[in-house]
Design a protein. Structure first.
Length: 246
Protein backbone atom coordinates (compact mmCIF):
# COMPACT_ATOMS: atom_id res chain seq x y z
CA UNK A 1 0.00 0.00 0.00
CA UNK A 2 1.07 3.61 -0.55
CA UNK A 3 0.86 4.19 3.18
CA UNK A 4 3.80 1.82 3.69
CA UNK A 5 6.09 3.75 1.33
CA UNK A 6 8.87 5.51 3.18
CA UNK A 7 10.44 8.60 1.65
CA UNK A 8 13.75 10.01 2.81
CA UNK A 9 13.49 13.72 1.99
CA UNK A 10 16.68 15.79 2.09
CA UNK A 11 15.56 19.35 2.82
CA UNK A 12 19.11 20.66 2.39
CA UNK A 13 19.31 19.31 -1.15
CA UNK A 14 19.02 21.65 -4.16
CA UNK A 15 16.61 19.10 -5.69
CA UNK A 16 13.07 20.46 -5.23
CA UNK A 17 10.96 18.67 -2.63
CA UNK A 18 8.24 17.76 -5.12
CA UNK A 19 10.86 16.15 -7.36
CA UNK A 20 12.24 14.08 -4.47
CA UNK A 21 8.73 12.86 -3.63
CA UNK A 22 8.00 12.05 -7.28
CA UNK A 23 11.32 10.21 -7.65
CA UNK A 24 10.58 8.07 -4.60
CA UNK A 25 7.15 7.09 -5.97
CA UNK A 26 8.60 6.46 -9.44
CA UNK A 27 11.26 4.15 -8.03
CA UNK A 28 8.67 2.25 -6.00
CA UNK A 29 6.45 1.85 -9.08
CA UNK A 30 9.26 0.72 -11.38
CA UNK A 31 10.61 -1.74 -8.80
CA UNK A 32 7.15 -3.19 -8.15
CA UNK A 33 6.78 -1.99 -4.56
CA UNK A 34 3.68 -0.11 -5.76
CA UNK A 35 1.90 -2.49 -8.10
CA UNK A 36 -0.42 -1.43 -10.96
CA UNK A 37 -3.95 -0.59 -9.75
CA UNK A 38 -2.68 0.35 -6.28
CA UNK A 39 -4.81 3.24 -5.04
CA UNK A 40 -2.81 6.06 -3.46
CA UNK A 41 -4.02 7.90 -0.38
CA UNK A 42 -5.48 11.35 -0.95
CA UNK A 43 -3.11 14.28 -1.32
CA UNK A 44 -3.94 15.82 2.06
CA UNK A 45 -3.01 12.61 3.90
CA UNK A 46 0.12 12.11 1.79
CA UNK A 47 1.24 15.70 2.40
CA UNK A 48 0.86 15.23 6.15
CA UNK A 49 2.68 11.87 6.10
CA UNK A 50 5.72 13.26 4.28
CA UNK A 51 5.64 16.66 6.02
CA UNK A 52 5.35 18.67 2.82
CA UNK A 53 2.80 21.24 1.73
CA UNK A 54 -0.20 20.18 -0.29
CA UNK A 55 0.96 22.22 -3.35
CA UNK A 56 4.30 20.38 -3.18
CA UNK A 57 2.56 17.02 -3.04
CA UNK A 58 0.26 18.04 -5.90
CA UNK A 59 3.31 18.96 -8.02
CA UNK A 60 4.77 15.50 -7.35
CA UNK A 61 1.52 13.78 -8.36
CA UNK A 62 1.26 15.97 -11.47
CA UNK A 63 4.73 14.84 -12.54
CA UNK A 64 3.80 11.19 -12.04
CA UNK A 65 0.66 11.73 -14.16
CA UNK A 66 2.71 13.38 -16.93
CA UNK A 67 5.20 10.51 -16.85
CA UNK A 68 2.37 8.00 -17.28
CA UNK A 69 2.94 6.28 -13.92
CA UNK A 70 -0.33 7.17 -12.17
CA UNK A 71 -3.75 8.30 -13.31
CA UNK A 72 -6.48 10.33 -11.61
CA UNK A 73 -9.90 8.71 -11.98
CA UNK A 74 -13.13 10.32 -10.91
CA UNK A 75 -14.69 8.40 -8.04
CA UNK A 76 -11.52 6.33 -7.58
CA UNK A 77 -8.76 8.82 -6.85
CA UNK A 78 -5.11 8.53 -7.85
CA UNK A 79 -4.13 5.04 -8.99
CA UNK A 80 -0.87 3.44 -10.10
CA UNK A 81 -0.85 2.30 -13.73
CA UNK A 82 2.83 1.40 -13.89
CA UNK A 83 5.52 2.51 -16.32
CA UNK A 84 4.52 2.86 -19.97
CA UNK A 85 6.17 0.96 -22.74
CA UNK A 86 8.01 3.67 -24.65
CA UNK A 87 9.22 2.73 -28.12
CA UNK A 88 11.47 4.70 -30.40
CA UNK A 89 10.58 4.97 -34.08
CA UNK A 90 12.91 2.30 -35.46
CA UNK A 91 12.52 -1.04 -37.21
CA UNK A 92 12.32 -3.40 -34.28
CA UNK A 93 9.88 -5.84 -32.76
CA UNK A 94 7.84 -5.06 -29.66
CA UNK A 95 8.89 -8.40 -28.17
CA UNK A 96 12.59 -7.52 -28.36
CA UNK A 97 12.00 -3.94 -27.18
CA UNK A 98 10.17 -5.24 -24.12
CA UNK A 99 12.93 -7.71 -23.30
CA UNK A 100 15.58 -5.02 -23.65
CA UNK A 101 13.67 -2.79 -21.24
CA UNK A 102 13.63 -5.56 -18.62
CA UNK A 103 9.94 -6.45 -18.99
CA UNK A 104 8.66 -10.01 -19.31
CA UNK A 105 6.49 -10.23 -22.44
CA UNK A 106 3.91 -12.98 -22.78
CA UNK A 107 1.98 -13.86 -25.92
CA UNK A 108 -1.32 -15.66 -26.39
CA UNK A 109 -2.11 -16.70 -29.96
CA UNK A 110 -5.80 -16.00 -30.59
CA UNK A 111 -5.87 -16.82 -34.31
CA UNK A 112 -3.45 -18.59 -36.67
CA UNK A 113 -4.98 -19.52 -40.00
CA UNK A 114 -4.49 -19.43 -43.75
CA UNK A 115 -6.94 -17.15 -45.58
CA UNK A 116 -7.39 -15.62 -49.01
CA UNK A 117 -5.98 -12.10 -48.85
CA UNK A 118 -8.57 -9.33 -48.98
CA UNK A 119 -8.02 -6.18 -51.05
CA UNK A 120 -6.21 -4.08 -48.42
CA UNK A 121 -3.90 -6.94 -47.48
CA UNK A 122 -3.15 -7.69 -51.15
CA UNK A 123 -2.34 -4.02 -51.76
CA UNK A 124 -0.08 -3.84 -48.70
CA UNK A 125 1.80 -7.02 -49.58
CA UNK A 126 1.75 -6.63 -53.37
CA UNK A 127 -0.04 -9.93 -53.98
CA UNK A 128 -2.17 -11.21 -56.85
CA UNK A 129 -5.93 -11.80 -56.41
CA UNK A 130 -6.71 -15.13 -54.78
CA UNK A 131 -3.33 -15.39 -53.01
CA UNK A 132 -3.42 -17.08 -49.62
CA UNK A 133 -1.67 -15.56 -46.60
CA UNK A 134 -1.15 -16.28 -42.94
CA UNK A 135 -3.59 -14.41 -40.69
CA UNK A 136 -2.24 -14.09 -37.17
CA UNK A 137 -3.87 -12.47 -34.14
CA UNK A 138 -2.12 -12.31 -30.77
CA UNK A 139 -2.62 -10.80 -27.32
CA UNK A 140 0.58 -9.35 -25.83
CA UNK A 141 0.97 -8.86 -22.07
CA UNK A 142 3.75 -7.52 -19.85
CA UNK A 143 4.20 -8.24 -16.17
CA UNK A 144 0.66 -9.61 -15.91
CA UNK A 145 -1.06 -6.71 -17.72
CA UNK A 146 -2.61 -6.93 -21.17
CA UNK A 147 -0.86 -4.41 -23.43
CA UNK A 148 -2.07 -4.85 -26.99
CA UNK A 149 -3.83 -6.86 -29.67
CA UNK A 150 -1.62 -7.55 -32.69
CA UNK A 151 -3.01 -8.65 -36.05
CA UNK A 152 -0.61 -9.64 -38.84
CA UNK A 153 -0.81 -10.88 -42.41
CA UNK A 154 2.17 -12.61 -44.01
CA UNK A 155 2.92 -14.32 -47.32
CA UNK A 156 3.13 -18.10 -47.00
CA UNK A 157 6.66 -17.83 -48.40
CA UNK A 158 7.97 -16.57 -45.04
CA UNK A 159 8.01 -20.17 -43.80
CA UNK A 160 6.09 -22.22 -41.28
CA UNK A 161 4.36 -20.48 -38.38
CA UNK A 162 3.13 -22.41 -35.35
CA UNK A 163 1.25 -21.24 -32.28
CA UNK A 164 3.85 -22.80 -29.98
CA UNK A 165 6.74 -20.92 -31.62
CA UNK A 166 4.84 -17.63 -31.56
CA UNK A 167 4.01 -17.97 -27.87
CA UNK A 168 7.67 -18.65 -27.06
CA UNK A 169 9.19 -15.81 -29.08
CA UNK A 170 8.45 -12.68 -31.09
CA UNK A 171 7.15 -12.87 -34.67
CA UNK A 172 10.19 -11.15 -36.20
CA UNK A 173 12.54 -13.54 -34.41
CA UNK A 174 10.57 -16.53 -35.70
CA UNK A 175 10.66 -15.12 -39.23
CA UNK A 176 14.38 -14.31 -39.11
CA UNK A 177 15.21 -17.89 -38.14
CA UNK A 178 13.47 -18.98 -41.35
CA UNK A 179 15.39 -16.58 -43.55
CA UNK A 180 13.38 -13.34 -43.52
CA UNK A 181 15.54 -10.24 -43.97
CA UNK A 182 13.98 -7.07 -42.52
CA UNK A 183 15.34 -3.93 -44.15
CA UNK A 184 12.74 -1.17 -43.80
CA UNK A 185 9.08 -0.51 -42.99
CA UNK A 186 6.31 1.98 -43.69
CA UNK A 187 4.44 2.77 -40.50
CA UNK A 188 1.47 4.87 -39.43
CA UNK A 189 0.72 5.65 -35.76
CA UNK A 190 -2.74 6.89 -34.80
CA UNK A 191 -5.42 6.72 -32.14
CA UNK A 192 -8.87 5.22 -31.62
CA UNK A 193 -11.13 4.04 -28.80
CA UNK A 194 -11.67 0.46 -27.67
CA UNK A 195 -14.60 -1.55 -28.96
CA UNK A 196 -16.41 -3.84 -26.54
CA UNK A 197 -14.51 -6.86 -27.90
CA UNK A 198 -11.11 -5.12 -27.66
CA UNK A 199 -11.90 -3.84 -24.16
CA UNK A 200 -12.80 -7.35 -23.01
CA UNK A 201 -9.46 -8.75 -24.23
CA UNK A 202 -7.40 -5.88 -22.80
CA UNK A 203 -9.18 -5.65 -19.45
CA UNK A 204 -10.29 -2.03 -19.92
CA UNK A 205 -13.57 -0.18 -20.38
CA UNK A 206 -15.17 0.20 -23.83
CA UNK A 207 -14.31 3.62 -25.21
CA UNK A 208 -10.87 3.72 -23.53
CA UNK A 209 -8.14 5.31 -25.68
CA UNK A 210 -5.94 3.06 -27.81
CA UNK A 211 -2.80 3.69 -29.85
CA UNK A 212 -3.04 2.25 -33.37
CA UNK A 213 -0.05 1.11 -35.40
CA UNK A 214 -0.11 -0.06 -39.01
CA UNK A 215 3.17 -1.32 -40.43
CA UNK A 216 4.30 -2.88 -43.70
CA UNK A 217 7.77 -4.41 -43.46
CA UNK A 218 10.00 -5.01 -46.48
CA UNK A 219 13.09 -7.13 -47.04
CA UNK A 220 16.35 -6.04 -48.68
CA UNK A 221 14.88 -6.79 -52.12
CA UNK A 222 12.00 -4.39 -51.46
CA UNK A 223 9.45 -7.19 -51.15
CA UNK A 224 6.71 -6.75 -48.53
CA UNK A 225 6.91 -9.63 -46.06
CA UNK A 226 4.57 -8.53 -43.27
CA UNK A 227 1.58 -6.26 -42.71
CA UNK A 228 0.59 -5.52 -39.12
CA UNK A 229 -2.49 -3.76 -37.78
CA UNK A 230 -2.12 -3.39 -34.02
CA UNK A 231 -3.84 -1.63 -31.11
CA UNK A 232 -2.27 -0.86 -27.72
CA UNK A 233 -3.57 0.53 -24.44
CA UNK A 234 -2.80 4.25 -24.45
CA UNK A 235 -2.23 4.27 -20.68
CA UNK A 236 0.61 1.75 -21.07
CA UNK A 237 2.11 2.49 -24.47
CA UNK A 238 3.63 5.43 -26.34
CA UNK A 239 6.13 6.23 -29.10
CA UNK A 240 9.19 8.42 -28.75
CA UNK A 241 11.09 10.30 -31.44
CA UNK A 242 13.85 12.87 -31.42
CA UNK A 243 13.48 15.96 -33.64
CA UNK A 244 16.50 17.99 -34.71
CA UNK A 245 16.81 21.40 -36.36
CA UNK A 246 19.26 21.25 -39.26
Amino acid sequence: MAGELEIDIDRSSPVPLYHQVAQAFEQAIREGALAPETKLDNEIDLAKRYHVSRPTLRQAMDKLVRDGLVVRRRGVGTQVIGPRVRRSLKLSSLYNDLQESGAQPRTSVLTLETVTAEDEVRDRLGLAPGTEVYHLRRLRSIDGQCLGIMENYLPLSVGTLTGAALERDGLYNVMRRQGSDFQMAHQTVGATVATAAQADLLGISPGSPLVTVQRTALDSAGTAIEFGDHVYRADLYSYETTLMNH
